[in-house]
Design a protein around this ligand. Sequence first.
Ligand code: GLN
Length: 493
Amino acid sequence: MFDKTLAELAKGLDAGDYSSVELTQAYLTRINAEDSRYNSFISVTAEQALIQAKAADTRRATGGAGPFTGLPIAHKDIFCTEGVRTSCGSKMLDNFIAPYNATVVEKFNAAGAVCLGKTNMDEFAMGSSNENSFYGPVRNPWNTDCVPGGSSGGSAAAVAARLTPAATGTDTGGSIRQPAALCGITGIKPTYGRVSRFGMIAFASSLDQGGPMARSAEDAAMMLNVMAGFDPKDSTSLEHAVPDYCADLSQPLQGLKIGLPKEYFCADLNPAIAASVQAAIKEYEALGATTQEISLPNTALAVPAYYIIAPSEASSNLSRFDGVRYGHRCADPVDLEDMYKRSRGEGFGSEVKRRIMVGTYALSEGFYDAYYKKAQQIRRLIRQDFIDALKQVDVIMGPTTPHPAFKIGEKTSNPIDMYMEDIFTLSLNLAGLPGMSIPCGTTEGLPIGLQIIGNYFAEAKLLNVAHQFQQATDWHLQAPANVCTGNNSQGES
Ligand code: GLN
């Protein structure tokens, strides 16, 4: 049962092979038994999950079911969930019970989904390894000595370990795609403005975007059908028609033009990743696609530009956590300033403090033009690189990450080393474009991700391109060696 995709589980529910209550209970039991190895959940909401599952079963029995009714998922702990702790991976919000639901959560609830719990993440979504969580690091199910990627590392690890069939994530600079790559799952970051940010705790508002993390492109399409759409509660949400993302999955790829950015196949790229990505591209050629080399000349500037813009926005967004209205408040403050200082000093971890300091510095008078304005100019150039390239080709492909999952602790002492892991993912957020990561190989027992980049609102195309690959190959079906999928000994159906 645990190896089934959302699409397969939906068929099982339709056929009456199991009820949503049985399915939900099975996953809850599994999380309880297995998650101490991965630490992928911050909160497991068993009671609410079973209530939702029961309601879903009733809805099915009375004929009101939709494609998602009764399917279990998990939410990254950055999405506000009414009545449930929403910590954002931070001590600052360890005591925060959200009084309302994020729009994404509302939409899944309305679709009849069952929320198993809230997944672990880097504090305020800042990180590439999930080592910055107040709740401790998440471990990669493929090798528990390694990181799962970040910041949606809990969601990625939970899906890879078959503790949930799918989960939500958010991507400010790669946090859906990078952990998807490192954990061997499928993730898509939609176009900026495609999925509502309302109730999604803000890191860098001009870059943040929620999206699906699942086992297949088909499942990601099912999730995006629920998540996408205009939201009047989010001022940057876009009024753009939402297609049925499942409708065109089977379109043939004959004549698809793939651009290969020469800057992505650079000396720093791990050779096994380069080889797997090249092999995936050969597979696309066999499916009828053609390839051509393109150039994204400002790729190397993405890391410096992002690491000015994201911390600048974060320094502003995180000023709301001051101990006054909600979140952590220090004990016995002597005056207001003491309360601000100690509440923030105690509530935030070191990476968050680093970002606040960098951002505050970059926005300060006298430095603004040299740093923030310059970074915004570079952002514009990066966006233009993609616009020019996407005039020549339909999609762009390359590696999601320069390296496979690294060891826990390996990069924590050097933030620049850590930031360089985002080299291939950041520029899409700066440009606002959609991007996806799908499994395309393994090296030394660790998964490799292929990144697929498309034009604005080309999510359906990306999902089609990914689905066709997954029909022809079985990388996405591989499970970590020591993860029991329930197909063998336990007699589950
Ligand atoms: N790794 C990047 C960072 O630390 C991106 C994080 C994200 O996408 N949330 O900022």
